[in-house]
Design a protein around this ligand. Structure first.
Ligand code: GRF
Length: 209
């Protein structure tokens, strides 16, 4: 039985957020900061990393947020891996799961149970430049190779396939002549830090209705 939307909190009305990471966690930081400043009407209750030793885990510790590592290699399938994430999310009564630089695929089980409440941020304007293998600097390289005049970021609802699902919001940035992939990545990332909190708030408000 799926957890009741927006009613996971029980005793309080605060929207509880879990952030899934695999790397540096600058988006995680922007989510934490936005919760603290009140820009997001919610609280990060749990950080799950697919990798040991990543800086995102230090960020969680620095903010006093509970975190753990769940290594995909310890599981036979995406579903078994996701079952463990699901167990923790339910235990902490999580309302919204945010993928922020999370590089593993989630199984059908978690997508079904948390239907419409798992978000991802992608560093391009989907549906272009998405899909399997399109992550990190490769995305920006492809955008430059295609001669695009603008790029940006997309926050979308997670479905079973990579980078599909309803778009919650997009932010555009210009591609400047002579941009390197790294320069474009920096410009897009700055916009991600504004877009993700805004998108989370859109979903949080819907849950509270
Ligand atoms: C971001 O560019 C995000 O769009 C992508 O992975 C990167 C994560 O960066 N999914 P960070 O770990 O949040 O700094």
């Amino acid at each position: 039985m799926p957890p009741d939307r927006g009613k996971n909190t029980g005793e309080s009305e605060v929207i509880k957020i879990a952030v899934l990471v695999s790397g540096g966690g600058s988006n995680l930081q922007s989510i934490i900061d936005s919760c603290r400043s009140g820009k997001i009407d919610g609280k990060v209750e749990l950080v799950i990393s697919s990798k040991e030793g990543v800086y995102a885990l230090s960020r969680a510790a620095g903010s006093g947020i509970e975190s753990c590592v769940i290594d995909r290699e310890g599981y036979d399938s995406d579903e078994a891996f996701s079952e463990e994430i699901l167990r923790l999310a339910k235990e902490k009564k999580i309302d919204i799961i945010c993928l922020a630089g999370f590089l593993k695929k989630l199984g059908k089980n978690i997508v079904k149970e948390y239907g419409g409440r798992i978000l991802n941020i992608h560093p391009a304007l989907l549906p272009s430049f998405g899909g399997r293998g399109m992550y990190g600097i490769r995305v920006h390289r492809k955008v430059l190779e295609a001669g695009e005049k603008e790029s940006g970021c997309t926050v979308h609802i997670v479905e079973e396939e990579y980078d599909t699902g309803e778009i919650v919001l997009q932010r555009k940035v210009p591609v400047e002549s002579g941009d390197t992939p790294e320069e474009l990545a920096r410009r897009v990332l700055k916009e991600e830090h504004r877009a993700y909190p805004e998108a989370i708030n859109i979903i949080a408000k819907k849950l509270k209705k």
